[in-house]
Design a protein. Structure first.
Ligand code: HEC
Length: 135
């Protein structure tokens, strides 16, 4: 009995601390502030190549591809135009990514995104393909 009374304040402190952690986690979750999300946000504002996660397909597209693919410049297949992508779709995501990353005729390597990683180019190609209704 004596031992129990002696130890109980420590037990209580332990419980309080872990409850506080849970509470903070819960608040962070509800605010959409879990650490992964925070990282991606920080990364999308950063242009350096050393960033492991990289930018989203949409960000890369607007940054490095839209200039040509929104206007059909130099014969670039138009964004979201099924008929202009029909014959290219057959090549598959890997080949299209490789052509966008390495260059293909008038399509310059990496478009206008000189510091893009292959993964980022792949995401932007996926973003372009998702705009089609025939895939
Ligand atoms: C300077 C203009 C320009 C920019 C910038 C540009 N493209 Fe292109 N893209 C083209 C042209 C032109 C073609 C057509 C090439 C051909 O078929 O001869 C093309 C074709 C493609 C193709 C089809 C390749 C194939 O094998 O049929 C993909 C995929 C592509 N671009 C992705 C991208 C992505 C992703 C970006 C941005 C990272 C981008 N492009 C930026 C001009 C551009």
């Amino acid at each position: 009995m004596y031992k129990f009374i002696f130890l109980s304040p420590f037990l209580l402190i332990g419980i309080n601390v872990s409850m506080a952690d849970d509470y903070e986690d819960e608040v962070r979750k509800r605010l959409g502030l879990n650490t992964e999300v925070a990282q991606v946000t920080a990364i999308s504002n950063d242009d350096s190549e050393s960033v492991p996660a990289g930018r989203s397909g949409e960000i890369v597209y607007n940054l490095g591809c839209a200039a040509c693919h929104n206007a059909g410049l130099a014969g670039a297949p138009l964004y979201a135009d099924d008929s202009q992508w029909e014959t290219r779709l057959i090549k598959g995501l890997e080949m299209l990514t490789s052509n966008a990353y390495n260059g293909y005729n008038a399509m310059p390597a990496k478009g206008l995104c000189m510091d893009c990683s292959e993964e980022e180019i792949k995401r932007s190609v996926e973003y372009m393909l998702e705009a089609l209704t025939i895939n």
